[in-house]
Design a protein around this ligand. Sequence first.
Ligand code: IVH
Length: 665
Amino acid sequence: MSDDKLRKRMEALRAKLADANEQYYRHGRSPMSDGDYDMAVKELERLEAAHPEFATSDSPAAAVGSDLTPGFRKVPHKYPMLSIQNTYSEEELADWHRQVTEKIDPTALEYVVELKIDGVAMSLVYEDRKLAYAVTRGDGTVGDEVTANVRNIKTIPDKLPAAFPMGRVEVRGEIYMTRENFRAFNEYALLEYGKEQQNPRNTAAGSLKLKDPKESALRKLDFYAYAILVDEAKGTHWGNLEALAKAGFAVNDKRGKAKDVPGIFAITDAWLKIRDGLPYNIDGAVVKVDDLRQQVLLGRTAKSPKWVIAYKYKTEAVETTLEEVTYQVGRTGAVTPVAHFKPILLGGTLVKRATLHNFDEIERLGLKLKDHVIVEKGGEIIPKVVSVVEAKRPKDAQAIEPPTACPVCGSELSRDEEEVALRCDNLRCPAQVTRAILHFASRPAMNIENVGPALVESLLKEGLIKTAADLYFLRREQLENLERMAEKSAANVIASIAESKGRGLDKLLHGFGIRFIGKTSSTLLARHFKSLDALRSATLEDLLGIHEIGERMAQSIFDFFREPAAQEFISRLQEAGLNLTYEAAAGSEELAGKIFVLTGTLPTWSRDEAKEIIEKAGGKTTDSVSKKTSFLLAGEAAGSKLEKANKLGVKVISEEDLKNMLGLG
Ligand code: IVH
């Protein structure tokens, strides 16, 4: 390469990486795949090493990247939060092992291999065994304080047990979001912001930076601890992980020990096979020298410690061509573009479709019809179009024009200013009506067996129903006249519809599909208000008084009950004789009349909250343990009450046990 070309190439790489850093750390977006990012960093590093004359002092290849956000208190890191070396190649991992063994006697060497959780690094500082503050990586030297949001995470204890020293103890780990919570949150995000989140990691990063901890709690973040930092290193990393687990931190149980390179690969190969089945995303494995003194001996470079390396898994990517884009209309009217491509095999499954999320995504990809595209299995298993092979763009490639009318009902589509999603605002749009009814009948809601897409569509087509409430007024003869409906199955449908009348308020509320109100909030509301009438007449303040009901949720519930269509819907349900009350689930009968005593710090509820919850479910609470006590609810650092309960043979339960009794587990 000529000097001129070389300089241009390096400039281009720097610009690309600087943009990716900016997008990722400031806006929580990933403009390129992790693999492409790592490759660009490697290429730039290589060029900078070979041609230092063209290197710059602020190279994005050397930068840790920065998540610092204005408006957050800045806290300096006592120990810098460095990045770690990473590699996709077996040879490079073997090279690293060779370097380690130059300093450490291989017979005294042991590695700990852990999953590399794809989340956000977090530093937790405990002072005198109490969580004092939680800080993001920031620029590696200074981070943003996000303690209030982190306190919502149940796998982060507020207090450390006595086995830990007083004074300052720092715990590091990864904040992440499970795939399931991500999916659930994304449904909400689509409603709330009209746009889907890219992936669990970016969502977790964004959630940590929310100003309202209640809002942040909705995101259901989790945490895996992976390090304890103290001034004087002794013992082993493995031992520290065990101590963390004992202290109540979640520590990933998939970890292994290895002595050499084949030992490391035996573990990482096995994990690769179970990767897709894990409830969270990983992007590889982390290999660490176990002995903490050996770690100190190995030291670090300016950028990263020498005793640790990440071995990243390659993502399978396949090229295909985009044949068509269709549009899907959701329950709330959001219109989502779907890419249809020439079928390909990806991770052993035949793939022909992928959601494109929204038009911003199409623009970002620069996607045109007939383009050659690269499809990857995204972290969430769902296939994803990651890039366009522009060099192969055919002459007749066509621009993808956003639709102006709803593909189902033909109404004009709207686009809110800050919303990315196109929306069909016609509440009578058959797509929305169908999906709303199916949601009502779905298993987590009213669980009406035998009422599926085909039946709902034909009932709507024949004009036999307009809303889900009309299901309760169907007669058998009407069903028998439908195509492909035998006498027997008509009777079954009528029976299962009738049977669902008794499901109760929690299921019914979920079935309503009120914006921002999912399954958990429905149960919470039902348990709190006990009847639809009480909920309907609740004021905004009443609603806001409930733990876990944020402002947007409260407003949405309040507005829902004031909509004429909703009022009509509810009076039809009343007329049909549905159970509009909440009766404590079978399990929570256990609580009726029982006497509870609370002690210690509970993982997620304050003691007052727990008391309130117990009393609402029919239990009683008192302050001291006696023979009459039914249960001692004990948390972290329970003291004399626990002793007394044990002596008297009073049953001791955890917050989790209580949740199970309440059917919240
Ligand atoms: S150890 C100094 N262990 O991967 C060593 N990191 O740059 C600190 N990560 O964002 C890192 N799982 O937060 C370590 N089991 C694990 C990890 C892990 C995920 C993250 C880390 C950082 C990135 C490494």
